[in-house]
Design a protein around this ligand. Structure first.
Ligand code: CA
Length: 482
């Protein structure tokens, strides 16, 4: 009896302890640490110039790691087909034509209106409000006036250049003060800025940026960070070092060889960043996007957009469908995602995960991709992708598999079914007039929400115009000779 009583008491005690534990100790739910974010953007990289899109002559094992660890997007679009506007879209999560950023800005270091309007909210400004440390390394291109300097647009660290491109060799950087450069061409020669201070760099520029990226990750390993690693490579001028050129003894075309070397340098940098994350055990808590800011300008930098028609500047696929991949180890399973996604989705995805506020009067055009990638949401992120090119006087609408291109001055419209005709060769406009009407209506409705460009672009400067006129004359003379 005694034994039983003791046992019962013990049992009752245990049960009541258990009950107490259940009623007073809520199950411990570990609050997940906010993820780190890295966006790696290449400049003018062709669709078919990464291994994960089938590139054979330029190995990109490190960029491919991102696609292999995570998601390869086959239909990833940027919001424009040249640098500046595309970056303005990415940085705000909104179609940049909504706020008049529709041209590559001129390098005007004393014009506060030549760049991203202050009324717009940058990704870094959103993340600042939830205590992220944000760094940009590389190309800015959203305005060279001090009021638009990255540190005045939400970033806490900057190492890079303000204009749209740069010389790669340290000996070519001869202008110390970025604010004295008179135009875009001169801006290519400015010293690199570390925050507001010009610094004399010693290495090939792509390596400088990779070194900084690794140091940024190391320095900020304890806090949630956002790193925008904005390589200006492989944008012109085509310049590389022996180290990278020697990797391509089999590429005979000199332009392609230098381009390959430049892409290889970027790939090395990507690898060093990924290795650093792994070494610090941060790879599972870091979401990484990789993309190009627009399609490859094939004739200019020897890039290759593969089967896609045309390249940089165009409204055909080669202009704005780009290499696009994302990894978030342990959260998003490796996969290939075929539905259209947009560079505008990066903003929505990041702010969604970081729980960063978005200005109510600046609604996003992108969506948080994570629920679509995990299967939580079975619909598609975008039924429709839009592009307007004010100066080229055209717009393009992709709705599901159909794509309509409307050149405002032309009577003829172009309709393609991208599912069967990825190279946009077979114009179906005459065959499907109802579809043309429907898509055009959608395009016009979207366009009614846009404004005209608010600043002049690169093509409007005197020196560039003179150059264009010179080239025009040259071409005309050549024709006459023929
Ligand atoms: Ca570009």
């Amino acid at each position: 009896m005694k034994k039983t009583t003791i046992l019962s008491t013990l049992l009752i005690g245990a049960i009541s302890l258990q009950t107490v534990a259940n009623s007073y100790d809520p199950p411990i739910k570990k609050t997940p640490k906010k993820p780190n974010i890295i966006v790696i953007m290449a400049d003018d990289l062709g669709y078919a110039d990464v291994g994960f899109n089938g590139c054979k002559d330029i190995p990109t094992p490190n960029i491919d790691r991102i696609a292999k660890n995570g998601v390869k997007f086959t239909n990833g679009y940027t919001s424009y087909s040249v640098c500046g506007p595309s970056r303005a879209g990415f940085m705000t999560g909104r179609y940049q034509q909504r706020f008049g950023f529709e041209r590559n800005p001129q390098y005007q270091p004393h014009d506060p209106n030549m760049g991203l309007p202050k009324s717009e909210n940058t990704l870094a400004e959103s993340l600042q409000q939830v205590n992220y440390t944000s760094g940009i390394i590389g190309k800015w291109h959203l305005g060279a006036d001090i009021s638009n300097h990255p540190l005045n647009r939400g970033f806490t660290e900057f190492f890079g250049h303000l204009g749209g491109g740069h010389q790669y060799m340290p000996k070519s950087l001869t202008i110390k003060d970025s604010y004295t450069a008179k135009d875009e061409q001169e801006s290519y020669r400015t010293w690199i800025l570390r925050n507001h201070t010009p610094v004399k760099t010693e290495h090939y520029l792509t390596d400088e940026f990779s070194n900084e990226a690794v140091a940024f990750v190391e320095r900020n390993k304890k806090d949630p960070f956002f790193l925008f690693l904005s390589y200006n490579a492989p944008h012109n001028p085509l310049q590389s070092t022996k180290k990278y050129l020697d990797r391509f003894p089999n590429i005979k075309n000199k332009k392609r060889k230098t381009y390959a070397a430049m892409v290889s340098a970027v790939d090395d940098g990507v690898g060093r960043v990924l290795d650093k994350l792994e070494a610090l055990n941060l790879d599972e808590n870091t979401l990484i996007f990789f993309l190009s800011d627009n399609g490859g300008p094939e004739s200019k930098n020897a890039s290759n957009n593969g089967v896609l028609r045309d390249g940089k500047g165009s409204a055909y696929e080669g202009g704005f469908r780009v290499p696009f991949a994302m990894q978030w180890k342990g959260h998003v399973k490796p996969s290939v995602y075929e539905h259209p996604v947009s560079s505008l989705d990066i903003f929505a995805t990041i702010t969604g995960l970081a729980k960063a506020p978005i200005k109510k009067d600046k609604p996003l055009d992108g969506v948080n991709l994570i629920p679509f990638l995990t299967g939580e949401n079975n619909t598609v992120p975008h039924e429709t992708i839009y592009l307007r090119k004010f100066d080229s006087k055209l717009h393009a609408i992709r709705h599901n598999d159909l794509k309509l291109i409307v050149k405002w001055k032309s009577e003829t419209k172009e309709l393609y079914n991208l599912k069967d005709d990825i190279s946009e060769k077979n114009n179906l406009a005459k065959k499907y007039p109802e579809e043309v009407k429907k898509l055009n209506k959608m395009g016009l409705a979207w366009e009614s929400e846009l404004i005209d460009p608010i600043f002049l672009g690169l093509i409007h400067t005197e020196s560039w115009q003179k150059k264009i006129q010179k080239n025009k004359k040259k071409k005309e003379n050549k024709k006459k000779k023929k």
